[in-house]
Ligand binder design. Sequence first.
Ligand SMILES: Nc1ncnc2c1ncn2[C@@H]1O[C@H](COP(=O)(O)OP(=O)(O)O)[C@@H](O)[C@H]1O
Ligand SMILES: C[C@@](O)(CCOP(=O)(O)O)CC(=O)O
Ligand SMILES: [Mg+2]
Length: 338
Amino acid sequence: MTVCEAPGKVYLFGEHAVVYGEPAVPAAIERRATVTAEPRSDDHVRVEAEDLSLNGFTVEYAGGTGDRPDVDVPAPLVEAAMGYVDAAVRQARDAADAPDAGFDITVESDIPLGAGLGSSAAVVVAGIDAATRALGEPLDRRELADRAYHAEYEVQDGQASRADTFCSTMGGAVRIEGDDCEPIEAPNLPFVVGFDGGAGDTGELVAGVGELREEYGFAADTVESIGDVVRTGEKLLADAVSEADPSPELLAELGELMDFNHGLLSALGVSARSLDAMVWAARDAGAHGAKLTGAGGGGCIVALDASDASETALSFTHGCEEAFRAELATEGVRVVEP
Ligand SMILES: Nc1ncnc2c1ncn2[C@@H]1O[C@H](COP(=O)(O)OP(=O)(O)O)[C@@H](O)[C@H]1O
Ligand SMILES: C[C@@](O)(CCOP(=O)(O)O)CC(=O)O
Ligand SMILES: [Mg+2]
């Protein structure tokens, strides 16, 4: 039995625009998905994922005849739920040159699903790592990140960047621009996350931005402007590498850029009333800045605030289900049981 765990992430800057080749800076956070892989003697894959739930279904069966019940769960729903684990298993089989390898897989995660904290990437990274190790073919981190990206790319119909999977693999803060992925030095930033209890459909939201970008020149310019925000932000981070703790000036400047980034994402139609409410609650409480994180549509915002004020304000904000401080995960994917 092999167990690996990989972190989720917040975007300091650059989601969505990163899909079109602009740079982005995500940072891994101490919320992890844990995947257990146990090779089987046959070629079947059995997945236990307790955090995935269905809102109800209908079963039809003859009763007592030993018939398999005909479960009325639309195939796309099951595929959406299982797609990432399935793609991770395919990558692991391919990497280990073991096309018939079977596994018992268990997934546990404290990363909210579909909420912009990269639960899919964490599951895929930990899944490929655990499954390849279980087959005695561990991958180096670059190959693991690359295979995890291909798994996400496949499930998201070709609309994925390398950002989430690279960040979850390496940990810390990273910089992504197209195929170019590098860890970067960043001070320990005081991230506060607000979660509305909901989720957004990453594929749909990415496609929506793509359509706007095709239709309007100013939407394409907005995507490029997000790239400019990222380039400005990464210079600030690079200038601050020697700072053990971020200075108040750095936090103020990063916060201003986060606010700007949120405005541009809003213009591209990926914010939501609940996300805007949480962003404003954090700003009103004195956060240096706040923005949605990830695909948007619902899910999480990230604010910068070293004090407790934003977390407290968020916990009293209508529409915010959970507020928590998110520590930087300096270590990426790691082995819990070899
Ligand atoms: N704990 C989990 N168990 C199984 N699958 C998971 C788990 N967490 C996430 N996933 C997969 O990831 C999908 C959500 O990914 P996505 O829509 O990209 O949102 P995000 O990556 O922002 O959380 C889920 O529909 C599911 O397929
Ligand atoms: C919108 C996007 O930039 C980030 C999606 O992040 P998440 O899956 O919502 O955590 C898409 C991508 O980079 O693949
Ligand atoms: Mg995802």
